[in-house]
Design a protein around this ligand. Structure first.
Ligand SMILES: Cc1ncc(COP(=O)(O)O)c(C=O)c1O
Length: 424
């Protein structure tokens, strides 16, 4: 049996309708911003393997640090025990985040990092004895993961229809734009004014799964100001936007005000190993102190604080201290700016936008932009034939490459994006 035949026999892939989908590519090697298939074909990983990879694949620096960690300590229980690498990265993250951030909670992936954040916000009010503070606010179009709590605060629709009746109630406000911002701000003032809200969760500045939709820091600052006025716990889900994606280390670095909780994953290990991290303040932490055990955050996973994942975080943070990483981020940012100026004039493009290393454009189609657009499959096949792996969000084609990409490869991707539009 070939690898592909065995895959078909034994593997169930995510987000895949087997009745209609084509074969997966068998990836046998990754190096820098390239992935190689079993025939040796080389592809530019234009969306960084589900937006995770920032320092290039099989990064030797990360590999070395993880290997050394493995020889010393692979994994140990994290309740009633700790280890040097978890302590090291916690201290470094607290210094990098600044503001009031003081405590790092470990979990396994992006979804669990948001689940933990929601549980912190809800239990914060429970522990204070404020029974009325139970409501959660989220943005329309949000995506915070695929576990039940994360799905509850995400956009309801095709993806989670079978489970919708089991979700907890959440209030959604329209995605804020320059046009509707006054209405959205007024709506939030009214909602938070009820003093029934426990928390407000949002993807800061860029909603990833919604189609890399972007909103201004001034709008988010205005929403955060209202939340602070009414003491609503604010949760910045930086699972996608963190680690240089918006041109700064964190998207919240574009803001004047600070959220109470931040969720991190994806790029935090350079995209090499899974980890979820939820960071909050001393004030939040202190609310869980009590003689009563049930007031503690009774949440954890077998692999919480895994030492290999922590070593990958440590290596990734080292690489962010290198000027060369930021030089590539600037190169991608400049490339995106120039490309957006050009592509937004194209008659087949509805809108185009960029922030830092993220660039997206919506291809014209009948009706509203949506995930099930047929343009998606056409684009995947076209770009694959040009040595580029990308996975559009419906008719939204986007670029968020690893920070090892060269100017030449960036230019190749932009050129092929224009050629694809011509071909449509
Ligand atoms: C903003 C955001 N939050 C949470 C998640 C969920 O992360 P994971 O897929 O690691 O569970 C994602 C994944 O795309 C995301 O983009």
């Amino acid at each position: 049996m070939s690898l592909l035949e065995k895959d078909k026999a034994f593997v169930w892939h995510p987000f895949t309708q087997y009745q209609t989908s084509g074969d997966p590519i068998v990836i046998t090697k990754g190096e820098k911003h390239y992935l190689y298939d079993e025939e040796g074909n080389k592809y530019i990983d234009a969306n960084s393997s589900w937006w995770t990879n920032v320092h290039g694949h099989s990064n030797p620096y990360i590999a070395e640090k993880v290997y050394k960690q493995f020889l010393t300590l692979d994994h140990s229980i994290f309740a009633g025990a700790t280890h040097p690498t978890a302590i090291e990265i916690s201290e470094r993250l607290i210094k990098l985040l600044g503001r009031d951030f003081q405590k790092v909670f470990f979990s396994d992936n992006g979804s669990t990092s948001t689940e933990v954040a929601l549980k912190m916000a809800i239990q914060f009010w429970f522990n204070k004895g404020e029974q009325k503070r139970t409501r959660i606010l989220a943005l329309e179009g949000a995506y915070h993961g695929d576990t039940f709590g994360a799905m509850s605060v995400g956009q309801r629709g095709y993806f989670n229809k079978p489970f919708e009746h089991l979700f907890f109630d959440v209030d959604f406000i329209p995605f804020p734009t320059e046009e509707n911002k006054e209405e959205v701000i007024a709506q939030v003032e009214k909602l938070f004014g009820t003093e029934e809200f426990a928390g407000f969760i949002f993807e800061p500045l860029v909603q990833g799964s919604a189609g890399m939709t972007m909103y201004a820091p001034e709008i988010l600052d205005a929403l955060l100001a209202i939340a602070k006025k009414y003491q609503v716990v604010t949760i910045a889900d930086e699972v996608m936007t963190g680690f240089g994606r918006t041109g700064k280390l964190f998207a919240i670095d574009h803001l004047e005000l600070s959220p109470d909780i931040i969720c991190l994953s994806k790029g935090i290990t350079g995209g090499s190993l899974p980890i979820g991290i939820t960071v909050t303040s001393q004030q939040m932490f202190d609310t869980f102190l009590s003689d009563d055990t049930t007031k503690a955050l009774l949440h954890g996973h077998s692999y919480t604080g895994n030492a290999l994942c922590c070593a990958a975080v440590s290596a990734s943070l080292d690489l962010f201290e290198r000027e060369s990483t930021w030089e590539v981020i600037r190169i991608i940012e400049k490339g995106n700016k120039d490309f957006v100026e050009k592509v937004q004039q194209h008659p087949k493009v509805r809108t185009a936008r960029y922030l830092g290393t993220i660039m997206a454009f919506e291809v014209e189609q009948s009706g509203k932009s949506n995930y099930f657009s047929s343009i998606k499959e056409e684009a995947i096949a076209y770009f694959k034939s040009k040595g580029i792996l990308l996975r559009p969000l419906g008719n939204v084609i986007f670029l968020n490459p690893p920070y090892t990409i060269t100017q030449e490869d960036l230019d190749h991707v932009y050129k092929e994006m224009l050629a694809f539009l011509e071909k449509l």
